[in-house]
Design a protein around this ligand. Structure first.
Ligand code: FEO
Length: 390
């Protein structure tokens, strides 16, 4: 386990979690990394740590550069345990190190997890001189926890951005110039949609706070390091923060005997007729976190469920609950579903979509039993009419 150089005197000393497949409900099909960075100067600094259980890997990487006992400073940009979990282990190896974290929320959160370890709270604009290098701290509260901050280091002009600009993407390549770049963008989008999206306003403020910095390298706490492609990832973040739409329409559903599925295809035909690009997700096969990633930039979302025991199907309830927590931009919505008797699910879906800040395009579309070709054609016509009436 070796440290990986980022630039002269700055090393990646994190851990690669090839096996991570679930990050509190977010499917991480490409694993992840927990990134920690070692800065060698007159004072030796460690920026963040890694998830508990990976301390051996992190300390081995640090040991490939210096004796961990020589670490003077630990900066904790974020107390979530995937970044602070090995703080006690590092302090055991470097007992004289001082821990710097955001004044207020950072000190509170670290104290709650690990007890009083003598944390030093830092405020906006405070600096810490390492020698030739200086760290400046910039709070970024609610991107995505109250304690979040980023650290900017001169003269290297490195932004240690913690969760912002991260990706759950396990890789032995550390830089954007070495990795599978299209995959990094896919995972950066999925990360933003599933972690950062509800905090768009706060992320916009964080982007504004960093806008004047002459950033040459972005070192996030997950995934690859941005060097050559900083303008591209910044532009993507700006568009996501702004809630920009593309020309896709998302249709999410579950089905018992293919009747709700047939309705989904009737709605698909309506979107196609109106020049949109429909994307269909049967929740029996698709994970909520993948649907959310694609839905983020869609202006239209249609959600369908059969009625099962007087309710929408649990898979649809699960998706809508997840969607409600992550809602970013406002969408136009369509609720639909088939039933044998009862038929409560379409209205339940409509109600839940309203709670997700969606505006209904038309009353919930209901269909008893198996829809005929004529009934499906009527659904398509009604949706086309609603789309054109806007
Ligand atoms: Fe990667 Fe908010 O922790």
């Amino acid at each position: 386990m070796k440290a990986m150089p980022i630039c002269e005197g700055v090393y990646w000393v994190g851990a690669i979690d090839w096996n991570l497949r679930n990050f509190h409900g977010y499917e991480t099909e490409k694993g992840s990394t927990y990134n920690a960075y070692l800065v060698i100067d007159e004072k030796i600094a460690l920026i963040d740590t890694v998830k508990e259980g990976f301390e051996g890997e992190m300390l081995a990487r640090i040991r490939s550069v210096i004796d961990p006992a020589k670490i003077d400073i630990i900066v904790s940009n974020h107390a979530e345990p995937d970044h602070s979990g090995c703080l006690p282990a590092v302090l055991r190896a470097a007992p004289h190190a001082k821990v710097y974290t955001a004044a207020g929320a950072g000190v509170k959160d670290l104290s709650a997890y690990y007890g009083d370890l003598g944390y030093i709270g830092v405020k906006a604009g405070e600096t810490l001189v390492l020698g030739k290098r200086t760290l400046t701290f910039v709070p970024t509260p609610m991107v995505h926890w109250p304690d979040n901050m980023v650290s900017f280091m001169t003269p290297d002009n490195i932004l240690f951005s913690n969760d912002a600009f991260g990706q759950h993407y396990a890789s032995d390549e550390r830089l954007d110039t070495e990795c599978d770049l299209p995959e990094a963008y896919i995972q950066a989008r999925k990360y933003y949609a599933n972690i950062v999206q509800p905090y768009g306003m706060q992320t916009g403020k964080a982007l504004a706070a960093c806008a004047g910095l002459p950033i040459q390298t972005i070192c996030p706490s997950h995934g690859i390091v941005w060097t050559k492609h900083i303008p591209d990832i910044l532009a993507l973040y700006q568009s996501w923060v702004a809630g920009e739409y593309d020309d896709t329409a998302v249709i999410v559903y579950d089905t018992m005997w293919h009747s709700t599925e047939a309705m989904a295809h009737a709605i698909e035909n309506a979107f196609l007729a109106c020049g949109l690009k429909p994307r269909l997700y049967n929740l029996h096969y698709c994970h909520n976190s993948d649907v959310i990633a694609d839905a983020m930039t869609a202006k239209y979302i249609a959600v369908g469920s059969p009625t099962l025991n007087n309710n929408m199907m649990p898979s649809v309830a699960s998706f809508l609950t997840y969607f409600k927590g992550l809602t970013g931009n406002k969408k136009k919505s369509i609720a639909f579903g088939s039933y044998g008797w009862g038929g409560q699910s379409p209205d339940q879906v409509q109600e839940m979509l309203a709670a997700c800040k969606c505006e209904a395009l038309l009353p919930a579309i209901r269909q008893a039993y198996k829809p005929s070709a004529e009934q499906l054609e009527k659904i398509t016509e009604d949706v086309i009419a609603a789309l054109r009436a806007q």
